[in-house]
Ligand binder design. Structure first.
Ligand SMILES: Nc1ncnc2c1ncn2[C@@H]1O[C@H](COP(=O)(O)OP(=O)(O)O)[C@@H](O)[C@H]1O
Ligand SMILES: O=C(O)C1=C[C@@H](OP(=O)(O)O)[C@@H](O)[C@H](O)C1
Ligand SMILES: [Mg+2]
Length: 156
């Protein structure tokens, strides 16, 4: 969270003139509910089920850039779907992530102590992100435009 997936996906779609999808937006559109409300009212497990379906649908239907939510690759099934695709891990350090997530508003897993929540998630998930990625791009201290430019260069 706060790595810039949603933002950078949009920039890449513009630059490449291809469609962009974001699994969080797909879930919100499909359910008519906000991500935070789904977590609060139905729990994380329900959100993860919706997310797994959103990833499967997007991988099957979509040609272009897809932004995932930060927990989408926690399920082995989602990781299997990404095999063979170009997957960019946007790496973010604790300090920059905390600055970007705006107190965690709209990101229910960050509620409480945002810094310690992000640290725990980074520690737990970084090995998974590294295992899924075909490319890794550092985002600390860089603007979204700079990150998008590096991805364009890497994939050209
Ligand atoms: N490289 C960056 N530098 C500074 N701010 C960024 C950067 N990338 C994204 N942001 C900002 O951080 C916030 C979170 O970005 P977002 O794209 O929603 O991240 P994610 O989808 O990975 O959680 C947004 O306000 C966005 O404008
Ligand atoms: O990391 C996570 O588990 C989550 C990340 C969020 O998306 P972003 O990574 O786009 O913020 C969103 O899917 C949900 O709040 C859960
Ligand atoms: Mg996002």
């Amino acid at each position: 969270m706060g790595a810039g997936k949603t933002t950078v996906a949009g920039l890449l779609g513009e630059a490449w003139q291809v469609p962009v999808r974001d699994t969080d937006a797909d879930i919100e559109a499909g359910t008519g509910r906000e991500i935070s409300d789904i977590f609060v009212e139905s729990g994380e497990e329900t959100f993860r089920e919706l997310e797994a379906a959103a990833v499967a649908a997007a991988v099957a239907e979509h040609e272009g850039v897809l932004a995932l939510g930060g927990g989408a690759v926690l399920r082995p099934g989602a990781r299997d779907l990404l095999a063979g695709l170009t997957v960019v891990f946007l790496r973010v350090g604790l300090t920059d992530a905390v600055k970007r997530v705006d107190l965690g508003i709209g990101r229910p897993l960050l509620l409480g102590n945002v810094r310690s929540r992000i640290k725990a998630l980074l520690d737990e998930r970084t090995p998974i992100y590294e295992s899924v990625a075909t490319h890794v791009v550092e985002t600390d201290g860089r603007t979204p435009d700079e990150v998008a430019a590096e991805i364009r260069e890497l994939l050209s």
